[in-house]
Design a protein around this ligand. Structure first.
Ligand SMILES: Cc1cc2nc3c(=O)[nH]c(=O)nc-3n(C[C@H](O)[C@H](O)[C@H](O)COP(=O)(O)O)c2cc1C
Length: 194
């Protein structure tokens, strides 16, 4: 297989779920956000908004709202991943962004068919750029699940995220506290026709 910095970075990137308390510096943050902005977007729409939060009190307030929101907005027959998160969120020490010192929320304009695709590509750019800087990252879905939670959206609006935007995803970023093992990749998911 071909080896170069980008290919190696793709294989080395892992979802980090334990971070140290050390915050990334402003140049690192700027680089990650630029990497997001330079992702491809459908029709070159670039209708996304990346909101980076590094204020611990604000992050903890969002965490509290997520814990409350789960009990109200996630039905008991939702898919297992969400049920697991709902159950965990009842624990007092639950933290949906793994106490990462930086959370980047990707939102996008409503009724735009490529909203999720554009934000996902931007997030992968963030993850790979983070990996290249020796940082850890993780895709965080909770704010997407709770995108219609009015109390949470009121607060996110106070933080500058337009109410009409859909919350696509978010990225937890920071220094790695514990390395994650690489989950095995399933066989049979590639098909080559020549
Ligand atoms: C759409 C999507 C949603 C995800 N949501 C979460 C999440 O909310 N919390 C989490 O810890 N990991 C989340 N992940 C990370 C996956 O669990 C992870 O990518 C997968 O287990 C493979 O591990 P790796 O990223 O280390 O290769 C998500 C990944 C994707 C693509």
């Amino acid at each position: 297989m071909i080896q170069n910095e980008i290919v190696n970075g793709i294989f080395a990137r892992r979802s980090t779920r334990k971070f140290t308390e050390q915050k990334i510096d402003d140049v690192q943050l700027e680089t990650l956000l630029e990497a997001a902005r330079w992702a491809p977007s459908g029709g070159n729409n670039q209708s996304w908004l990346f909101t980076a939060i590094q204020n611990k009190e604000i992050l903890l307030k969002i965490n509290k709202m997520v814990r409350e929101g789960f009990q109200i907005w996630i039905p008991d027959d939702d898919y297992p991943g969400k049920q697991g998160a709902k159950l965990s969120s009842q624990r007092e020490d639950y933290n949906f962004y793994y106490h990462a010192p930086t959370l980047i929320i990707a939102s996008n304009r409503p009724n735009y068919e490529n909203a999720m695709a554009d934000c996902a590509l931007a997030l992968e750019n963030i993850f790979l750029a983070a990996q290249s800087m020796g940082l850890g990252s993780c895709y965080i879905n909770q704010l997407h699940w709770l995108r219609n939670d009015t109390k949470l959206r009121d607060y996110l609006f106070e933080l500058g995220i337009p109410k009409e935007h859909t919350i696509c995803s978010s990225a937890a970023i920071g220094y790695i506290g514990k390395e994650s093992n690489a989950p095995l990749r399933k066989e049979g998911t590639v098909h080559i026709i020549k």
